[in-house]
Design a protein around this ligand. Structure first.
Ligand SMILES: [Zn+2]
Length: 187
């Protein structure tokens, strides 16, 4: 630690030219970075690209969506239904977007149909290792909106058909993530 400068003490220096940050044992290790004798050549230098690990751990509240995840952990898909106009949401909303009234939780069927699908050949960091994978929007009887989920158990996109029946499956150990539920074709 650099010595604290106490300007109130008579005769003590107000600055310390020998000040030095503590040395650390971490950093980017590089070898043999070329450097020109003529500094004008630096204008044409290629950018230095380094690899650096990045990790963030954060506390995240599911708030009023919490029952949806409690449902997944108990192998149930929960949606919500408007108490006034009966509009039913596969992706839960606490208030009806049609009439504004508060909704109530309802359990959705575990069988539905493929409304549409896409095959992802690229993804965000979390899903990149799983590519290619298929995403489906599932429609359920008596439900007005669709549920986005993974479809497994098919070889390729040519095996997925609009309207094909699919059934929900759940991870045995819930991760409390939307990916706890996924779908497989109904045999
Ligand atoms: Zn409503």
């Amino acid at each position: 630690m650099a010595k604290k400068i106490d300007s109130k003490t008579a005769g003590s220096p107000r600055f310390n030219p020998a000040a030095k940050l503590d040395e650390v044992m971490t950093g980017t290790t590089v070898f043999n970075i070329p450097f020109p004798k003529d500094l004008n050549a630096l204008k044409g230098m290629s950018p230095i690209v380094i690899k650096h690990p990045y990790f963030v751990e954060y506390v995240h509240s599911y708030g009023q969506d919490s029952p949806f995840f409690a449902g997944l952990a108990n192998k149930k898909i929960l949606g919500t239904r408007c108490g006034k106009c009966n509009y039913t949401y596969a992706t839960p909303r606490m208030h009806c977007t049609k009439c504004g009234k508060e909704t109530k939780w309802v359990e959705l069927p575990q069988e539905g149909r493929v409304h549409t699908f896409t095959t992802c050949y690229y993804g965000s960091e979390e899903f990149l290792k799983d590519t290619p994978f298929h995403l489906v929007l599932v429609e359920f009887d008596g439900v007005d909106t669709l549920l986005l989920a993974r479809l497994i158990g098919v070889e390729g996109p040519e095996d997925i058909k609009i309207g094909m029946k699919v059934r929900a499956k759940f991870r045995r150990n819930s991760q409390l993530k939307p990916t706890d539920v996924y779908f497989v074709p109904v045999a």
